[in-house]
Write a protein that binds this ligand. Structure first.
Ligand code: HXC
Length: 257
């Protein structure tokens, strides 16, 4: 891996992917995204891994897609490069992903953070979709995911002006789960990951899938999907263990089966 660092067991059950192009503020070139995709596919298959954290460094989560790589491409070049098939594969990751964001999360960087399941931000984090300032628009889901996260008025403001918002404002608008001092953001993401890592991985996966379905379907279809996954948890030993442990007033021990 050239542009990311991977620690499979950063803590028991928790894998860490660190974006690692610090001089370019972790600008997301094609290779970096392919490395993330390949790693996530491996981690998804690794039963020892329950939760994945993606982070950058203190200065930047990622300052966007690599502008230098895109600047002189034609529309047909962009179509043929087809970078979004990589993003689509990343989106299919079954295990929960937490973005631990400090510094810039801009353009594709903001879109990448929003593609994760939860965001823990440092007080210094800045979110934005500044594509309009370089003559383009978000291309990796920003117009859709930001609008669903913060509502139409704020999404219009951010995308049409290219303004950045602080971590605190992002929290106010529901874009991020929690804001903590800069020295704590990775620690806080690990604490959240630990809480999830001790639960039934089967139930966690089915719940993630059902929540994501709410973005893709009408309510009727989403409810039917949720119901199917809910029934499916009753085929797992973890559901029997979890409910029986409750009845027997003891702590459950989940096996992932
Ligand atoms: C390529 C980038 C980059 C990017 C920063 N750099 N962002 N390189 N692509 N998106 C590089 C700079 O060129 C510079 O390299 C180095 O990182 C440090 O950046 P500076 O600009 O010197 O830092 P600073 O003055 O602190 O400003 C930080 C910044 C600014 C505000 C984040 O870099 C910036 O505005 N970046 C672009 C943000 C942006 O427009 N993102 C959206 C991209 S389009 P050198 O070698 O010059 O020192 C997009 C489309 C998504 O994301 C859809 C497809 C996935």
């Amino acid at each position: 891996m050239e542009f990311i660092k991977v620690t499979e067991q950063y803590q028991p059950g928790i894998a860490l992917i660190q974006l690692n192009r610090p001089k370019e503020l972790n600008a997301l070139n094609k290779q970096l995204m392919e490395e993330v995709r390949d790693t996530l596919q491996l981690l998804d298959k690794n039963e020892e891994v329950r939760v994945i954290i993606i982070t950058g460094d203190e200065r930047a989560f990622a300052a966007g897609a690599d502008i230098k790589q895109m600047a002189n491409k034609s529309a047909i070049d962009m179509l043929l490069i087809d970078q979004f098939s990589t993003w689509d594969q990343i989106r299919k990751t079954k295990k929960p992903i937490i973005a631990a964001v400090s510094g810039f999360a801009l353009g594709g960087g903001c879109e990448f953070a929003m593609m994760c399941d939860m965001i823990i931000a440092s007080e210094t984090a800045k979110f934005g979709q500044p594509e309009i300032k370089i003559g383009t628009i978000p291309g990796a889901g920003g117009t859709q995911r930001l609008t669903k996260a913060v509502g139409k008025a704020k999404a219009m403001e951010l995308i049409l002006t290219g303004r950045f918002i602080s971590a605190e404002e992002a929290h106010f608008y529901g874009l991020v789960n929690k804001v903590v001092p800069v020295e704590m953001y990775l620690h806080e993401a690990v604490e959240l990951a630990k809480e999830i890592a001790q639960l039934s991985p089967v139930a966690v996966q089915l719940a993630k899938e059902a929540i994501n379905r709410s973005f893709e379907t009408q309510l009727d279809e989403g409810l039917a999907f949720e119901r199917k996954n809910f029934y499916l948890t009753f085929a797992s030993a973890d559901q029997k263990e979890g409910m029986n442990a409750f009845v027997e007033k003891r702590k459950p021990s989940f096996t992932g089966r």
